[in-house]
Design a protein around this ligand. Structure first.
Ligand SMILES: Nc1ncnc2c1ncn2[C@@H]1O[C@H](COP(=O)(O)OP(=O)(O)OP(=O)(O)O)[C@@H](O)[C@H]1O
Length: 272
């Protein structure tokens, strides 16, 4: 199997001297069960970083630890450090709402709120900022434009978000995340519930969004990882260790000439 990485041209806004997230020896547990072990890596700003690996190797757990969202619905416990522009996100003083505003998340299944398209996007803005109605209108429009949805919904802003197609709902969720001005967008298999055309639209959007945001995406689709990402991290799990990072490098290198035989075996379809 060969993968084309030709569509990814280097992002001129990316600064190789900056780090958006600096992850040191991260362990993630559910209660006492370890799901991610000893991961250290740097996430670079204005780049798309793909997390790939076999089912159960801790990709989602890792992703959801980066804004501590796993704490909402599980007994997640962490060890190690994740520095977000210099601050350890596990510090007891960290304001979790603020953290999740700055590090937004888009889930596998589109999850719009059962309210209008407009209100979905305005919701977080009203929570975090005091803005006039005209400013709010502008933020909603810009966010929908940013998520490449404006032209499709501009005449129906007050219709229910649940009336949109799956692909439109996912772009609405991206608009909702963008509206509160995050620095980082975490995406957990954002296309897995979508058809190929909706998937293509989201991939084009990801490519565009990295001009302004840093993106970390979990995907099972290796073609997708090779198409949309600048960097790829390959995670694995085996009898002796769970959820560990095997190899992390530029996407082109991972898919054309990986250093580790496990990465090679996985991307060539021999295992996993
Ligand atoms: N809320 C939870 N409580 C307890 N264990 C969990 C929870 N979520 C995940 N796990 C376990 O943690 C391990 C890693 O799961 P995770 O979902 O992070 O892997 P993944 O690589 O994203 O898998 P997949 O590709 O199948 O989505 C698995 O053994 C899983 O059963």
């Amino acid at each position: 199997m060969t993968y084309s990485t030709k569509t990814m041209t280097p992002n001129p806004r990316a600064n190789p001297h900056q780090i958006a997230l600096n992850i040191h020896h991260l362990n993630c547990y559910y209660g006492r069960k370890c799901a991610v072990e000893g991961v250290s890596m740097e996430i670079y700003p204005n780049q798309v970083t793909a997390i790939i690996g076999p089912s159960g190797c801790g990709k989602s757990t890792f992703l959801k630890s980066l804004n501590r969202i796993s704490e909402l619905d599980s007994d997640a416990v962490y060890e190690g450090n994740v520095e977000f522009f210099g601050q350890n996100i596990f510090d007891s003083q960290v304001n979790l709402n603020r953290l999740r505003k700055q590090i937004g998340m888009v889930f596998q299944k589109p999850n719009p709120f059962p309210m209008s398209i407009y209100d979905n996007v305005a919701y977080g803005v009203k929570l975090f900022y005091q803005v006039s109605r005209s400013r709010l209108d502008a933020i909603v429009e810009n966010s929908l434009r940013g998520a490449a949805l404006w032209d499709e919904v501009k005449d129906n802003l007050h219709k229910s978000a649940l009336s949109l197609s799956g692909g439109q709902q996912q772009r609405l969720c991206i608009a909702r995340a963008l509206a509160v001005k995050p620095k980082i967008l975490l995406m957990d298999e954002p296309c897995s519930a979508l058809d190929p055309i909706a998937t293509m639209k989201i991939e084009q959007l990801i490519h565009k969004l990295r001009d302004e945001f840093t993106i970390v995406i979990v995907t099972h689709n290796m073609q997708q990882a090779s198409r949309v990402s600048d960097y790829t991290a390959f995670f694995s799990t085996d009898e002796s260790r769970v959820g560990y990072l095997v190899e992390y490098d530029r996407t082109e290198k991972i898919f054309s000439n990986p250093s580790d035989h496990q990465t090679h075996d996985y991307i060539s379809g021999r295992v996993g």
